[in-house]
Design a protein around this ligand. Structure first.
Ligand SMILES: *[C@@H]1O[C@H](CO)[C@@H](O)[C@H](O)[C@H]1NC(C)=O
Ligand SMILES: *[C@@H]1O[C@H](CO)[C@@H](O)[C@H](O)[C@H]1NC(C)=O
Ligand SMILES: *[C@@H]1O[C@H](CO)[C@@H](O)[C@H](O)[C@H]1NC(C)=O
Ligand SMILES: *[C@@H]1O[C@H](CO)[C@@H](O)[C@H](O)[C@H]1NC(C)=O
Ligand SMILES: [Ca+2]
Ligand SMILES: [Ca+2]
Length: 754
């Protein structure tokens, strides 16, 4: 019974699972463990039918009284034992790739007591491999890249498939590879899975991507076995194997001559079948024309033709340029350049006239007669039409005019260098009949100097001579100025225009001169001041000269020649002061005379109130002198109303207490109604029969300027009773009503009775 199985066991060499079990079982197909005997147990995977695989036997087994039983993995489902015989059967399909070894325990049970008899035994069941797994690719799909034009045999990539079967059994995992397509360009090494190039002329520009089907099969080179397939994508990478080329022999562009420098007038594109870096293009202008430059647009690889110098239709209406394109990284080591031609048609635009110079500098001497030609500007129409050009001025028209046709600039006034030495004017040239086609130019006109100014003393010298100055003493260094251009060549000469002067003049040679004492011994009590006439002349052509006078005070001096006393040391500084003093003096005299006159009048009037006449000593006067009158009618502050009161003695005088008190009239400042105040004061004065008339005399040196009326000053009037006619005051309106009443010859004019 055992013998039939043994050879199979040995042949199959099933030790792996057994090796993992007890060492005592090693190397023996039929093993015993104490009182047990069993042979190596194995079973094939993938068996679907129940099958007896072996038997266990124990010394403790007694026919009919005991039974075998199992414990362990899969007992009862996969593995079962016949209780009477110890035969072990497999009842389920097994998969070695899931579990290749089962460990079980067998024992014997007494049927009656159901107790285990003796020891148990451990044994294992080995699952034997069937080639039931195909090799599986590690990756699917595979992606590979290889440069185009690679040589035959170049490795693209390696594929690899794994087989799950038992590598120790037969060729279950011996994988071989092959390409399934009828592939012309690639091949695969069947044992290693390395994919290599078969066709060395692979061109990316023709076909870039390839797809291969690859098969992996086990059982080595034997026929049969299990297989699977995978996909391999291969793409070719670019090498620079194509030179750029221009699709056209000639490119035509047009550009206006007004095109700005730096503007792109067109684009040109050389094609390159390569891609990326290998398709980059460098453009060069071959022609020796400097009008354009070309630059590669890095995004599109187009050549941008950029204007470098202004276009001129009149000079060059058509430009022909040869252009080259190349790859900056050369093709297979040799530079390959391709050429094309650009033709640029320049379009005419109507340009304004162009002056012959960017600006003009002209010069003309001063003092020349009106209408002298200064110079000429000229401009031309640059267009083919060559329109006539007319000239005009935009600035400087006060001084110059320009010939409309010839551009000659003439003076309009006699120029004075000392007033304006340089005129910057703008001349305009315009095409006749076209107001919008103009251009302008700066014309600088320098006015050249003529000697038309005589030198004068540089300052108002105030020299003095000392009484004890000896002959030769320098009393003043004088210099001169001249409004004409002061060039280094200008010289001034000084001389004294008097034959027997007490002084002499010495030229210092640097446009200054020393005034020195020639004849000493001065005495300020005899002569307190001396005048020295000086003549100053320049070296112009013709020479001009002027006369000046130096006023020299005679002084007594200290040792350093500082004046101690001079008779004329404090001269009146201005004539105005003298005049003012004179006026004031006159005014005072007039005032006194007037005062005397008024007092006289009053005394005459008082004589009618004989008993009331007071001693002349009681008549007090207020004499107020003003250098300046107030603001005329505008100014009520300085206006003493009592003067008016004294002039208006009309109406009944109400009796008043015998108190002659207020010696001085009160000066009230009327705040609102002048008439009211005047009337009040009048009544007050009228009522005071005891009171003496008190006068205030105002003397005005200067009358206010606000009045439109002539002077109302009483100073101009010799007497209050003057028969002068003041009726015109009535015509001046209500503001002057009061004055009109006071002075006019109206019905009230009889009020002027004293
Ligand atoms: C391989 O290439 C295919 C298509 O070309 C792509 O879909 C896939 O993602 C790539 N796989 C890898 C690993 O690059
Ligand atoms: C006139 O123009 C000249 C040259 O451009 C310049 O130097 C000068 O300052 C200008 N004078 C005036 C007054 O604008
Ligand atoms: C003029 O006077 C100065 C001093 O005031 C003196 O230095 C100079 O030598 C004098 N020049 C002549 C020519 O005498
Ligand atoms: C010169 O000075 C004297 C006094 O010293 C004087 O009398 C005389 O008039 C002066 N001469 C002149 C020309 O001023
Ligand atoms: Ca290429
Ligand atoms: Ca290329």
């Amino acid at each position: 019974m055992f013998g039939a199985i043994l050879p199979v066991l040995l042949m199959m060499d099933i030790v792996s699972c057994a090796a993992q079990s007890r060492p005592s079982t090693k190397g023996n197909s039929t093993v015993g463990q104490g009182d047990w005997i069993w042979n190596q147990l194995y079973c094939w995977e993938g068996d679907t039918k129940p099958k007896q695989i072996g038997k266990i036997q124990s010394m403790w087994h007694k026919e009919g009284q005991t039974k075998y039983d199992l414990r362990g993995e899969g007992v009862g489902t996969i593995f079962k034992v016949e209780p009477a015989t110890g035969n072990i059967g497999v009842y389920r399909e097994l998969d070695r790739e899931k579990k290749d070894c089962y460990h079980l325990e067998g024992f014997v049970i007494d049927k009656k007591s159901l107790k285990q008899l003796g020891g148990s035994t451990n044994f294992s069941i080995q699952i034997l491999d069937l080639n039931d797994n195909a090799p599986i690719f590690n990756q699917d799909p595979y992606n590979g890249t290889v440069p185009e034009m690679s040589s035959k045999g170049t490795t693209v990539l390696t594929v690899r498939a794994e087989d799950a079967d038992d590598p120790t059994v037969g060729k279950h995992v011996n994988v071989t590879y092959k390409l399934l397509n009828n592939e012309q360009n690639f091949f695969i090494e069947q044992m290693t899975g390395v994919i290599r190039i078969k066709n060395s002329n692979l061109d990316r520009e023709k076909q870039k991507n390839y797809q291969l089907m690859v098969q992996a099969k086990d059982m080595g080179l034997d026929p049969g076995g299990m297989s699977s397939t995978g996909t391999v994508y291969i793409s070719l990478s670019d090498i620079n194997d194509n030179a750029p080329f221009f699709p056209h022999r000639q490119y035509n562009y047009s550009a206006s001559e007004a095109t700005r420098i730096g503007a792109v007038i067109g684009r040109v594109k050389a094609e390159d079948l390569d891609e990326g870096e290998n398709a980059k293009i460098l453009y060069t202008i071959v022609s020796r024309i400097n009008t354009f430059r070309i630059k590669t647009d890095q995004r599109t690889q187009q050549g941008m033709i950029i204007l470098k110098e202004p276009l001129d239709f009149e000079q060059q209406p058509r430009l022909r340029i040869e252009l080259e394109a190349e790859n900056p990284s050369p093709v297979k080591g040799t530079r390959y350049k391709t050429k094309t031609v650009l033709v640029v048609q320049v379009l005419d635009v109507d340009e304004p006239p162009v002056f012959s110079l960017p600006h003009y500098t002209l010069s003309i001497a001063e003092n020349l007669p009106i209408g002298t030609a200064v110079g000429k500007v000229s401009a031309m129409d640059p267009d083919r039409a060559k329109n006539r050009v007319g000239y005009s001025l935009r600035s400087g028209m006060d001084f110059f005019k320009i010939g409309t046709d010839d551009g000659i600039i003439y003076t309009r006034v006699e120029l004075d260098r000392e007033a304006i030495a340089m005129h910057n004017i703008t001349a305009i040239a315009s095409e006749v009949g076209k107001s919008n086609s103009t251009s302008d130019v700066l014309v600088v006109i320098k006015v050249l100097d003529k000697n038309d100014n005589a030198p004068t003393l540089a300052e108002n010298y105030n020299p003095h001579v000392c009484e004890d100055d000896v002959a030769g003493t320098v009393i003043q260094v004088i210099s001169a100025i001249d409004l004409d251009a002061m060039t280094p060549a200008v010289r001034f000469y000084f001389s004294i225009a008097q034959m027997d002067s007490n002084f002499s003049i010495k030229d210092n040679g640097n446009n200054t001169a020393n005034l020195t004492v020639r004849q000493a011994s001065f005495n300020q009590n005899e002569v307190s001041r001396l005048w020295v006439p000086i003549v100053i002349s320049d070296n112009g052509d013709p020479s001009l000269s002027s006369n000046g006078t130096l006023e020299i005070n005679v002084c007594s001096c200290d040792r350093e020649r500082n004046p101690i006393s001079c008779r004329h040391s404090a001269p009146l500084t201005s004539r105005v002061t003298v005049t003012v003093l004179l006026i004031i003096f006159l005014c005072i005299i007039v005032a006194i005379v007037l005062a005397v006159l008024i007092i006289h009048q009053k005394m005459q009037k008082k004589s009618t109130f004989a008993g009331l006449v007071k001693a002349p000593g009681e008549i007090r006067e207020q004499l107020v002198r003003y250098d300046e009158e107030g603001g005329g009618e505008m100014d009520t502050n300085s206006f003493d109303i009592t003067v008016l009161n004294s002039l208006r003695g009309k109406g009944p005088r109400p009796a008043k207490a015998a108190d002659p008190a207020p010696v001085y009239a009160q000066v009230r400042k009327p705040n609102n109604d002048m008439g009211t105040v005047v009337r009040m004061k009048k009544d007050e004065a009228d009522g005071d029969r005891d009171g003496l008339p008190y006068d205030t005399l105002h003397i005005y040196g200067f009358e206010g300027s606000d009045s439109v009326a002539d002077s109302l000053s009483s100073l101009d009037v010799s007497s209050i009773d003057s028969d002068q006619d003041y009726d015109f005051l009535n015509d001046w309106g209500p503001r002057f009503q009061m004055l009109a009443e006071l002075y006019g010859s109206e019905p009230h004019s009889d009020s002027l009775d004293f």
